[in-house]
Design a protein around this ligand. Structure first.
Ligand SMILES: N[C@@H]1[C@@H](O)[C@H](O)[C@@H](COP(=O)(O)O)O[C@@H]1O
Length: 325
């Protein structure tokens, strides 16, 4: 199987005459879409001449971006490979002759019929964090940038990839007791908010929609740390619970501002501090892009404890995959 580096090299060779890669579209639903958030932020931040799109699959198919054409690459993800709108997005890409890269857990699932390249990833207990969907999505972005405009921090990024698995393992051990305490204190709450910023915001989004709402039926909203002061902070009081991601990197200042306010007016705040959780061993020039992997996996420890305390297994659904929608 070709490496991500080889896949991008091949696509660029094919597009040489046409002018290379100028647009990258990340398309998926729910958790799979959230996993692409760091890649979107990476390209938006680091690339000068590459346009990035980050779309829910159904929005993509109903409102196709006009820039999608001979200089585009379509990257889709579907864990089970059968979410109809994501399969349709891949089909449209294929029909238009755009290179379609598919990330899926099931190699012979329906979506792969429209794939030019299929990229597997690690998943489940004891997975290698560096092989997860999030990092694969990021590596696609890193390779595209490096092989087009060049990426001066390429080696530092790869060093981060080599460190992330151990960092996450240590962090998960560190939060085990806190997670049990969190579960005890918050098990009867009807609403829990998540707050975050930067490339790690995708993890706050996933925790909100996939865990609290989908798997625990707890009301939630993922609040951007910068946006918190432009509406959401009005609901702050001593009773409402917040999980705040104090990220490492350029947007930490936004998270600190939210935390300062919360410490004045709220009482029930669970802080996930990426610095304390060990992310700072990754070089400052690339550390932003690893917040998501850290948070997304540390949340797993919290989620298991919460599901147990609430006696509401994470597999419980009333509509998803059960009724027509
Ligand atoms: N929690 C998510 C859901 O939000 C989402 O609907 C689904 C998409 O599925 P897939 O990635 O298989 O396309 O994945 C997970 O279960």
């Amino acid at each position: 199987m070709e490496s991500i580096k080889e896949i991008i090299n091949k696509i660029l060779e094919e597009k040489k005459e046409a002018g290379g890669i100028k647009q990258v579209f990340y398309v998926a639903c729910g958790g799979s879409l959230g996993a692409f958030y760091p890649a979107k932020i990476f390209l938006e931040t680091e690339a000068v001449g590459i346009k990035t799109g980050w779309y829910n699959s159904n929005e993509f198919i109903h409102n196709l971006p006009k820039s999608m054409g001979e200089n585009s690459v379509l990257i889709v993800a579907s864990h089970k490979g059968n979410t109809p709108e994501t399969v349709e997005a891949a089909r449209i890409g294929k029909e238009r002759g755009i290179p379609v890269i598919v990330l899926t857990w099931i190699p012979d699932s329906p979506i792969t019929q429209y794939a030019d390249y299929v990229i597997p990833y690690t998943f489940g207990d004891n997975k290698d964090i560096a092989g997860e969907k999030t990092i694969k999505g990021l590596l696609l972005a890193v390779e595209i940038l490096n092989q087009t405009e060049g990426y001066p921090n390429y080696e530092k990024f790869m060093d981060g990839v080599s460190k992330i698995n151990q960092i996450v393992r240590n962090a998960c051990r560190l939060v085990q007791r806190r997670a049990r305490e969190f579960a005890r204190n918050y098990k009867d709450d009807k609403v829990i908010y998540t707050i975050g910023s930067g490339a790690g915001f995708g993890a706050a989004y996933m925790e909100c929609i996939c865990i609290f709402m989908e798997m625990q039926w707890i009301n939630s909203n993922a609040i951007h740390s910068g946006e918190y002061f432009h509406g959401p902070f009005e609901i702050t009081d001593k009773e409402l619970p917040f999980i705040l991601q104090l990220s490492e990197g350029k947007t930490r200042a936004l998270d600190e501002r939210a935390l300062n306010f919360l410490e004045r007016y709220a009482r029930r705040i669970e802080v996930l501090d990426a610095k304390e959780l060990g992310l700072s061993t990754i070089d400052a020039s690339v550390v932003d892009y690893f917040n998501h992997s850290l948070y997304n996996n540390v949340y797993v420890v919290y989620n298991q404890a919460l599901a147990e305390a609430r006696q509401h297994p994470l597999s419980t659904r009333r509509y998803m995959w059960k009724v027509n929608y």
